[in-house]
Design a protein around this ligand. Sequence first.
Ligand code: B12
Length: 298
Amino acid sequence: MADSLSENIRNLADDIGIDALGFAEASEFSDYALQSSKRRDPKLSLPTAKSIIVAGIYIGGITLPAWTNPWYGRTSRLYLSGFFLDVVRPLDPIVDLLKKEGYKAVVCDGSVEGGSVLPLKLAAVRAGLGWQGKHTLLISKKFGTFLALGGIITDAVLEYNSAQEPNRCHKCDRCQQACPLGALDQPYVLKRDKCLSNLLQVENLPEEAQAVMENRIGDCEICQEACPWNKKHLDNPLVTKMTQSFRKKVKQLEDFFYLPNLVKLSEKEYRKTLGQLNTDIPYHLFHRNVLIAMKKLI
Ligand code: B12
């Protein structure tokens, strides 16, 4: 039973364009630092949980040429991918299959209150997709850190991953050296209040962050760009099943991030254009970041 269902899910994932997939047991994440979080234990979301399905979609190619131009606002691959709050919609066919087979399925969905039910990086490690790097991100040998993750908790028994990837960071500390605010001074532990990705989406944006943000108006990828496992993806991103649809979406946004235009952008236009990216970053914070990036130019 486990084999054919696992096989069917793998085949479906291929059809969908999911680039990495793994199954893991739905036991507690006892080493999860946020022990008060529901993410700690899948059974808090589905008491009869047996398995976790972890999916990764490659976002390495989702960049905007204008990112290196200070007159354009810079964001990130995750930001432009539409998976900022987890890979959710692409998992629908797998959820439908599980339900058709009589199983329950709870999807990890960061866009829903209380919906972020899995520590996706730890689940991905347990499911064999890679190891956790010193920048705390999941590193896949094939896809680097450029996998947007999604997960499903289910009471179906599946073919579990048996071997976890070894940690291949060894002595490398390039991400730690590269972070302009020292958010990674301690390897494997991110200081959230020093991480530009966090600071650009919270009320208080300290002077020291403004001094190093350059044209970044949403998210920061400095630690990822320093990671040697991403080099081949920075130079020559892979072409995957979803590449075409990502390219089409990004093409539409090419001129949108021209800072002088963004200064005049209304909240209504912001929601209309960037609503599809589902970042839930409030307009007033986005616009604040735009004004600071603009001030650097004049
Ligand atoms: C909260 C959050 C953030 C916060 C805080 C990040 C953090 N590291 O906690 C902020 C807003 C800063 C953030 C930023 C980003 N995020 Co984020 N984020 C999340 C979210 C919602 C929860 C992460 C979490 O559980 N944090 C709590 C901390 C305690 O857990 P942790 O990070 O795993 O830390 C572990 C290690 O420190 C470990 N540890 C401690 N000591 C040691 C020692 C060793 C040897 C080891 C191995 C481990 C270890 O213990 C902790 C776990 O208990 C997830 C979605 C999800 N549901 O999982 C997305 C998620 C992790 N984010 C993601 C991404 C891509 C980013 C950004 C890269 C976006 C960008 N800028 O481009 C940045 C990168 C910053 C970074 N270097 O982590 C992706 C990661 C994909 C991947 N391939 O890893 C996720 C999975 C979203 C998604 N659906 O794809 N994020």
